[in-house]
Design a protein around this ligand. Structure first.
Ligand code: ATP
Length: 322
């Protein structure tokens, strides 16, 4: 049998730990005696031929870096039947018989389509948002939460010095996981997430007033990106409580930075698993974490899974912040 040739790409939004995943895919493939190619700029690179052979040293000195050394892209051209066919033809031309796609749900749809066009693909979940239903953790999520926590700790110091309320928006798009966890970690008086409807008076104003009555003089409110409106929230808090309030939108600082131990290890395990699947002739699978285990699912099954929000953790966040 001829040597298996596989490729790896990163797609959609970058996330810290993607480099660790790329490194794992490259080194695992070489350990298994496969040829491994790196595709730059996501699916775009398949269309434009940005494909190069990787060796052990191609992934040196990247495990500690945020971003993605393979570069990422959103590719509208790929997202068409003609684009997918062109990408599959390119793989055939290069002799690539498997692709590991590191990205979010959109990238997984792309992987499913490429598999349908005859090139076996495996998806690896990489996004800071943790918005992929099939996995408990995505690569980059832990780093983003730690960055958000560290930034809010800084905001807290100035907020405390001036008896202020700081309203901080964290990322996560429609997913409140970053907000929920950082809210607990920074002791936010209130955490607003898109998954839980809230009553502004009861869930923000009353909580601030009750804590104020017991002597608390500075406050942090964490707001998920999917809720937004931090400037408006500040104005309403000031009007209702008289406490000076300042808005901070953390934004893309949460996307960068050196990945945490957890993200590096998860990325390494997932990258390894993805190559094992290709070695074993599997395709159209996504790698996932269930608890602390690495598992895999059919891509269509994974995309259809409902997202589960941790209601208990939300209750804990509310009960502890007083
Ligand atoms: P993140 O959510 O972290 O940004 P993502 O992978 O969901 O990651 P998208 O921009 O949705 O990001 O998708 C990345 C790329 O995947 C798209 O630019 C496109 O090339 C491809 N893609 C997305 N959806 C599809 C689809 N339905 N069919 C084929 N390809 C797709």
């Amino acid at each position: 049998m001829s040597t298996k040739k596989i490729a790896v790409l990163t797609s959609g939004g970058d996330a810290p730990g993607m480099n660790a995943a790329v490194r794992a895919v490259v080194r695992t493939a070489i350990s298994f005696g496969m040829e491994i190619y790196g595709i730059r700029h996501g699916y775009n690179g398949l269309l434009t031929g940005e494909v190069e052979k990787m060796g052990l040293r191609s992934v040196s000195n990247i495990i500690q870096r945020g971003g993605t050394s393979l570069l990422s892209a959103r590719s509208p051209e790929y997202n068409t039947p003609e684009g997918v066919k062109k990408a599959a033809d390119k793989c055939r031309e290069l002799g690539i018989d498997g692709v590991v796609v590191i990205g979010g749900d959109g990238s997984f749809r792309g992987a499913r389509d490429l598999t349908g066009a005859g090139i076996p693909c495996i998806g690896v979940p990489g996004t800071i948002d943790n918005d992929i239903s099939s996995t408990d953790f995505t690569i980059g999520y832990d780093t983003a939460m730690n960055t958000a926590m560290e930034m809010i700790d800084r905001v807290r110091e100035t907020s405390e010095s001036h008896d202020r309320c700081s309203v901080v928006e964290v990322m996560g798009r429609h997913c409140g996981d970053i907000a929920l966890n950082t809210g607990i970690a920074v002791g936010a008086i209130s955490t607003l997430v898109p998954e839980v409807p809230f009553d502004f008076e009861k869930d923000v104003v009353d909580r601030i007033k009750e804590a104020q009555a017991t002597g608390k003089q500075h406050f942090i409110v964490v707001v998920a990106e999917g809720v937004g409106g931090v400037n408006e929230i500040c104005k309403k808090i000031e009007a209702a409580t008289g406490i000076e309030s300042r808005a901070t939108v953390l934004g893309h600082v949460q996307r960068g930075g050196s990945p945490t131990v957890r993200d590096r290890v998860i990325a390494s395990r997932m990258g390894y698993h993805a190559v094992e699947l290709l070695r074993d002739g599997k395709s159209n699978r996504v790698v996932a974490m269930k608890g602390e285990d690495i598992v895999d699912y059919d891509i269509n099954e994974a995309l259809a899974m409902p997202r589960v929000f941790d209601e208990k953790l939300y209750q804990i966040s509310m009960d502890l912040s007083r």
